[in-house]
Design a protein around this ligand. Structure first.
Ligand code: 5RP
Length: 238
């Protein structure tokens, strides 16, 4: 998809989602370029409409942007609940399973998500897929012994690549961990894969977000489309 069109669709999804934030809420704010548009719009609403809410962010980057707009950001442990979290995603399938972590924030993103009463993704239409996996699956790994974790992944045919920054060094997450991207092409059994990854010593968390999201706002040519998750059993949230 053309980059300008993709940005336009991301922006429209972000603006639409900003309407979900109401006065007095505790709102989880995700990470990424789509969320930047969301936060810009929330900043506008704070300034022009007098919207007041408290934010919990999934990265230091988002906290910095939101605070720049005068949005009150608190630590996740300073709130007893999160009303609503809005985040981006890298790929979403028809069963509302997704891949996240393209922006290296998947660990905080998953922690914020599972503690949210309502969980929403904002994506452009290019992120929708029949089967996830063509986007490399990010896995957060502790630096100590990471080489051995990567060797185990290689032996399993997961095609791991340690994510490097522009300086050629491994990028670090907000928890100072590494990200290893698994080039799998397609993931036919996400649940089994997720279980295998989380049971690998040294892995902190993986970017498979399976049936967690309540609704997905898709930036489409035309107006953004809202997809509600019919499978959402509410098992992990009240
Ligand atoms: C960050 C994420 C992002 O939400 C995901 O990568 C989507 O990013 P963008 O909105 O820039 O396409 O999971 O860890």
């Amino acid at each position: 998809m053309d980059q300008n069109l993709q940005n336009k669709l991301k922006k429209e999804a972000g603006i639409k989602a900003a309407q979900l934030v109401k006065d007095g809420m505790v709102a989880g704010l995700g990470t990424g370029t789509t969320v930047r548009y969301l936060v810009d719009e929330l900043g506008r609403r704070v300034k022009e409409e007098g919207l007041t809410f408290t934010g919990v962010t999934t990265s230091r980057r988002t906290a910095k942007q939101a605070e720049g707009y005068g949005i009150k950001i608190v630590d996740i442990d300073d709130v007893d609940h999160i009303d609503l979290t809005i985040d981006g995603a890298d790929q979403v399938d028809k069963n509302f399973n997704g891949i996240k972590g393209g922006g290296a924030a998947l660990l905080w993103e998953k922690i914020v998500a599972i503690n949210s009463r309502h969980y929403v993704w904002i994506v452009d239409q290019s992120k929708l897929a029949d089967t996830i996996g063509s986007f490399p699956l990010p896995v957060e790994v502790i630096p100590f012994g990471a080489g051995h974790v990567i060797s185990r992944f290689k032996a399993k045919g997961y095609n791991p690549v340690l994510r490097l920054g522009e300086d050629g060094k491994p990028i670090r997450t907000d928890e100072n961990d590494y990200i290893v991207d698994l080039h799998l092409n397609r993931i036919d059994h996400p649940k089994e894969l997720g279980a295998d990854l989380i049971n690998t010593v040294g892995v902190v968390e993986h970017g498979l977000f399976l049936n967690m999201v309540d609704e997905v706002i898709v930036g489409n040519e035309g107006a953004p489309k809202i997809l509600k998750n019919p499978y959402k059993g509410g098992a992990i949230r009240e």
